[in-house]
Design a protein around this ligand. Structure first.
Ligand SMILES: O=C(O)CCC(=O)C(=O)O
Length: 302
């Protein structure tokens, strides 16, 4: 099995420069009101295909039997270990050159510059998602069951984090991908205000897992699940207060995507910056928030 990674593109982790047109204001106003949006065409279709090819080459490099051009080899046992429908955390994938290239795409950075009003941004070392349509019997419930959650502590009710997915392959209703509970963003604070906190209080960590019982309150207020569809090269953005999960592939197409998230660089603490430098040096990935992150391993996806 290959564990090689290429050298990161740069030793600098702050201050990525901007050269692109800002995203349309309408996409970002949806983000404010609905809690999610799709910014079209941050990458050209050719550029998106380039990253698809890189992802396939990365999977093939392990020599486990997977061949992108032979569907008879698309088995769970033929690719490196992943979580859920297709989240890869191991083997330094967060620091592969193509993942750094993707994070450095000017139009991706520019969307976040618009969100935060600064181009002095710091990026997370988040991962990629390749959710292939594996044979059903190879995908147990732990991979396919919805895992609805918000990535924000109930104790912070303000806009704190905007998560991003660069979508690389055509993504429709049956493909693996982001599913959001439409209407849940404006109800985030009210839900926690009108329900009793568990013993020990609401979690301080930026994560709250919902269950069918807790979701009923949202369904009663008209919230509906929406699979976010996107074209190759689109950037999906969502507010961490929006209830969501990543679905496994249910059709016959692969999902190919990379998670991206940037925040103002000035807001990182010196301790987290030091940890980030260590992660960079050791090719470790992180969870999605570039400022308040955990070092990623198989169990840390939030
Ligand atoms: O894979 C996805 O579309 C969503 C992943 C997710 O739930 C997250 O990053 O918090």
């Amino acid at each position: 099995m290959s564990t090689t990674v290429t050298e990161p593109a740069s030793s600098s982790i702050v201050g990525l420069s901007l050269r692109a047109e800002p995203p349309a204001a309408s996409s970002l106003s949806d983000l404010e009101t609905k809690g999610y949006t799709v910014v079209s065409g941050v990458l050209s279709k050719d550029r998106a295909q380039h990253y698809v090819d890189e992802l396939y080459a990365w999977l093939e490099s392990f020599g486990l039997g997977f061949k992108s051009n032979d569907r008879s080899t698309w088995h769970v046992a033929n690719v490196p270990q992943f979580e859920k429908g297709g989240l890869f955390f191991r083997h330094g994938v967060a620091h592969e050159q193509f993942v750094w290239d993707l994070r450095s795409e000017p139009a991706v950075i520019d969307a976040f510059a618009k969100i935060w009003g600064t181009d002095e941004l710091i990026v997370s070392y988040d991962t990629v998602n390749v959710s292939l349509p594996y044979p059903k019997e190879e995908m147990d419930e732990s991979r396919t069951k919805p895992w609805p959650h918000v990535d924000q502590s109930p104790l912070r009710t303000f806009k704190h984090c905007i998560q991003g997915i660069v979508n690389l392959y055509e993504n429709g209703p049956l493909d693996g991908g982001l599913v959001v509970l439409d209407g849940s963003l404006p109800l985030f604070a009210e839900y926690f205000a009108c329900h009793d906190a568990p013993d020990g209080g609401w979690p301080q960590a930026d994560w709250f897992r919902h269950s069918e019982e807790t979701l009923q309150w949202f369904y009663d207020r008209g919230c509906k699940w929406v699979k976010v569809e996107a074209q190759p090269g689109d950037l999906i953005l969502w507010d961490s207060r929006t209830i969501h999960y990543g679905d496994a592939a249910r059709g016959d197409r692969p999902r190919m995507a990379a998670y991206v998230c940037y925040k103002p660089a000035k807001d990182i603490s010196s301790e987290m910056l030091a940890l980030k430098r260590d992660c960079f040096a050791e090719y470790s990935g992180t969870t999605h928030d570039p400022l308040n992150f955990r070092v990623a391993n198989a169990k840390t996806r939030s």
